[in-house]
Design a protein around this ligand. Structure first.
Ligand code: PLP
Length: 451
């Protein structure tokens, strides 16, 4: 009885410390502008699905084939997530169990690569992700990484260089996708290059998945063997990931002639039992809810607005003296060269913007080789911890309802902060302006705080 009483008592009574922290986080989000390109605000429906009894269930395996009893209900939610994911991207197969984007990439690599195999992927310092071959990540430790880069002059991927590197190094995997690149990708071209050297083509669309699903960006699925994505960025779902793939292995005769399973079965096997245990059933239900939202016409309008907002924001920044990588954007994000623009390092910029309640992240950006300069604190600029740029994006603010006029306001506020990054008075006054703006766009108004 005592145990049941505790079980049914509100968190505010049982754990005020955690409850207060959650309240504080809601308030922080409400009182600031969220410009981290990889973040978004999920709907109340997605939040509701996450906070449910589905978290209690063990369901190792897949719908209809589980290692535990009592799974007939979670089969419903997982099947809904799978079918909706397939429909979103026109995919033959979807695995919705990966706990995170990094796991999804590991599971995809384990399916088609052996240790020591070569991956051709985007240089991390030029916008690639840790799992695309960082020496501190399993990908860089297990595989032979050949990086392609961004042309420092144009700020764009040079597909001729990608082809040359592919011909020279004959990778087994050509990887497209990024964490920080403001332009569109030509997945068809990547596929052609992969075919020329008998390589698989995988796209990691963690950042642009929502744009791809709605046709705002080219959909990679027809040109890829495997597509991985997180579900919490432009897809506006819960924190997690999924893997989409073709049913058959196009390169089976070359790389695994004796293999009995097809590509889809091998992906599933690589997720469970290969690298994960029990799926997060509450998260999978929330993925189903988010994918249902993503299939609605309003989501296409939302995705189009993300790009419209990004273009206005980029133009405002450039009109006010900021240097952007590639001089603009075609997607949801942009990279400001804060060192070139304001002699401010990425770390100083992030800290100053934080104080003004504008949330961003410092980011490496492609710069010519040379001796590293010192910032106002005497720290070297151009290192991963103190890079020369910041990355900003529009998905979260677009969800909150901000449109083109507000992008101009926010853009000018960013410029004011960057040009006065060590002036506490200016930072305080911008934070007041931001607070006023935020009041006009209530975030989770009906959610209230935990009391
Ligand atoms: C391109 C790309 N792939 C993978 C990931 C990893 O996702 P997670 O943080 O869920 O592991 C990210 C995260 O930002 C990403 O940008």
């Amino acid at each position: 009885m005592g145990i049941m009483t505790d079980m049914m008592t509100d968190i505010t009574k049982t754990d005020p410390e955690v409850a207060n922290a959650i309240n504080e986080e809601l308030k922080r989000a409400q009182d600031g502008v969220e410009m981290i390109a990889s973040e978004n605000f999920v709907s109340k429906a997605v939040l509701q699905a996450m906070g449910t009894v589905l978290t209690n269930k063990y369901s190792e395996g897949y719908p209809g084939h589980r290692y535990y009893g009592g799974n007939e209900i979670v089969d419903i939610t997982e099947n809904l997530a799978i079918e909706r994911a397939k429909k979103l991207f026109g995919a033959a197969h979807a695995n919705v169990q990966p706990h995170a984007g990094s796991q999804a990439n590991m599971q995809a690599y384990f399916t088609i690569l052996k240790p020591g195999d070569t991956i051709l992927g985007l240089n991390l310092a030029h916008g690639g992700h840790l799992t695309h071959g960082s020496p501190v990540n399993f990908s860089g430790k297990m595989y032979n990484i050949v990086p392609y880069g961004i042309d420092v002059e144009t700020g764009r991927i040079n597909m001729d260089e990608v082809r040359e590197l592919a011909q020279k190094h004959r990778p087994k995997l050509v990887l497209s996708g990024f964490s920080a690149y403001p332009r569109t990708l030509d997945f068809k071209k990547f596929r052609e290059i992969a075919e020329e050297v008998d390589a698989y083509h995988m796209a990691d669309i963690a950042h642009i998945a929502g744009l791809c699903a709605t046709g705002v960006h080219q959909n990679p699925m027809p040109y890829c063997d495997i597509v991985t994505t997180t579900t919490h960025k432009t897809l506006r779902g819960p924190r997690g990931a999924m893997i989409l793939c073709q049913e058959e292995d196009r390169l089976k005769d070359k790389y695994c002639p004796d293999e009995k399973k097809n590509l889809a079965q091998r992906i599933d096997f690589s997720v469970f039992p290969g690298t994960q245990g029990g799926p997060l059933d509450h998260i999978i239900a929330a993925k189903a809810v988010a994918f249902g939202e993503d299939l609605r016409p309003e989501f296409k309008t939302y995705s189009e607005q993300i790009v419209k907002n990004a273009k206005v924001l980029a133009q405002t920044l450039m009109d006010n003296g900021m240097k952007l990588v590639s001089d603009g954007t075609d997607n949801h994000l942009m990279l400001i060269d804060v060192w070139a623009s304001s002699r401010c390092s990425g770390k100083e910029a992030e800290l100053a913007l934080d104080k003004a309640h504008i949330y961003t992240n410092k980011n490496m950006i492609p710069t010519p080789e040379g001796e590293l300069p010192l910032d106002s604190r005497g720290k070297k600029v151009g290192t991963p911890f103190n890079p020369t740029g910041i990355r900003i994006g529009t998905p979260a603010l677009t969800t909150r309802g901000l449109r083109e006029p507000e992008m101009e306001t926010v853009g000018k506020a960013i410029v004011k902060v960057l040009n006065n990054f060590s002036d506490e008075g200016v930072l305080r006054s911008v934070s007041q302006d931001i607070l006023e703006l935020c009041k006009k766009f209530p975030l989770y108004p009906g959610l209230g705080i935990l009391r």
